[in-house]
Design a protein around this ligand. Structure first.
Ligand SMILES: NC(=O)C1=CN([C@@H]2O[C@H](COP(=O)(O)OP(=O)(O)OC[C@H]3O[C@@H](n4cnc5c(N)ncnc54)[C@H](OP(=O)(O)O)[C@@H]3O)[C@@H](O)[C@H]2O)C=CC1
Ligand SMILES: CC(=O)N[C@@H](CCC(=O)OP(=O)(O)O)C(=O)O
Length: 334
């Protein structure tokens, strides 16, 4: 049994981790942690997330002393904000834990990226170099040996799962940058109240044009430029991405289909559509990324859908843990 700590357990991604870890036959929840000053300290998690009532009623414990929580823990999931993960991960690694970080704190190994896109100067370049990017389907060998896993961003997961096999197989004419239009539900912004996320404010609107931090994350790991435009939609959860690309001259529908099929035929959490394209309702509440496409001449449109809190966060984190420790990849996920 792996003693497992979930930090940020009261958040949206944290609560999904609690559900998965609780039903994992090889993991045992040692504690559910929140900040030292949390308003929710001492409350049962099921008071905040009633879907857990009678399933997990453990209290949310304020993390006043990290060493108290790291002692005896084998695995730590950090479902915390980027700056918090940046500070906590080294302490848990030092204590010998395997750390799965759901934030952006260790995703991109660059000197300038964090200051420009996250607003802080990264203090742990050695950990940036060591962290393994947890795009699970594409990084299995490195994940098996990793001690710090940077779980990808929600938007970059769907975008890369759609584009990577096509780029690797050299099917795309990259002189036309793939255009990724993505719409996310509001849970992507976390549980904390904010005017911009409140019911009457949210409609359907693009944001972060040319400046969103997921664009350079996608580019860094894909090795190709893209145009990425996120949108906020007025629904709670799910991400749908429509990716428009140019195929190299002569590339056919069959070649695209065969390339995706080859990439994902033994990957249970990516589901390919032979006909049509996915809708959000097919993946919300489920750990899959669904992919469909259409071709017309040299033009390709790929559609990818996932639950931002699941394949975009908690499910991919547990998938990475399953790979890291040699369990079935879908253990406790489906
Ligand atoms: N929401 C999403 O769709 C996705 C989120 N992510 C990433 O996952 C992480 C969590 O996101 P999300 O669940 O949405 O966030 P939430 O805002 O919903 O939750 C954040 C959690 O962190 C806790 N927390 C805050 N400060 C500390 C601290 N110092 N020590 C310990 N716990 C703390 C909060 O509790 P309290 O404030 O009471 O202490 C809360 O439990 C973020 O880095 C986010 O970028 C990644 C992919 C998708
Ligand atoms: C709708 C919404 O606000 N989404 C968030 C992204 C989700 C997230 O949590 O960011 P990471 O994947 O980088 O951790 C945003 O655009 O900043």
């Amino acid at each position: 049994m792996l003693n497992t700590l979930i930090v940020g357990a009261s958040g949206y991604a944290g609560a999904e981790l609690v559900t998965y870890v609780n039903r994992h036959p090889h993991m045992n929840i040692t504690a559910l942690a929140v900040s030292a000053q949390s308003n929710d300290a001492g409350k049962p998690i099921s008071d905040l997330h009633p879907q857990l009532k009678g399933i997990v009623d453990l209290p949310l414990r304020p993390m006043t002393d990290v060493s108290e929580f790291s002692a005896g823990a084998d695995v730590v999931f950090l479902a915390t904000a980027h700056e918090i993960s940046h500070d906590l991960a080294p302490q848990f690694l030092e204590a010998g834990c395997v750390v799965f970080d759901l934030s952006g704190a260790f995703r991109v190994n660059s000197d300038t990226f964090y200051e420009k896109y996250y607003g802080f100067v990264h203090q742990h370049p050695e950990l940036l170099a060591q962290a393994v990017y947890g795009l699970a389907e594409w990084n299995i060998d490195a994940l098996k040996k990793a001690s710090l896993i940077a779980v990808p961003g929600c938007y970059p997961t769907a975008a890369q799962l759609a584009l990577k096999p096509l780029i690797d197989a050299a099917l795309l004419d990259l002189s036309q940058w793939p255009i990724i239009n993505a719409t996310s539900g509001v849970s992507g912004a976390g549980r904390k109240a904010a005017l911009s996320n409140s019911f009457c404010e949210v409609s359907l609107q693009p944001y972060g044009l040319f400046t969103h931090r997921h664009q350079p994350e996608i580019v860094a790991h894909l090795g190709a430029e893209v145009i990425f435009t996120p949108h906020l939609g007025n629904f709670p959860r799910g991400i749908l991405e429509t990716l428009t690309c140019r195929l190299k001259a002569g590339v056919t529908h069959t070649q695209v289909a065969q390339t995706l099929e080859l990439a994902y035929r033994d990957k249970p959490l990516v589901r390919l559509y032979q006909n049509g394209v996915p809708a959000l309702k097919n993946v919300v509440g489920l750990p899959f990324c669904d992919i469909g496409f259409a071709v017309q001449g040299e033009h390709l449109i790929v559609v990818a859908a996932e639950d931002n809190l699941l394949k975009g966060a908690a499910a991919q984190a547990v998938q990475c843990a399953n790979i890291r420790f040699g369990f079935a990849e879908t253990q406790s996920l489906i």
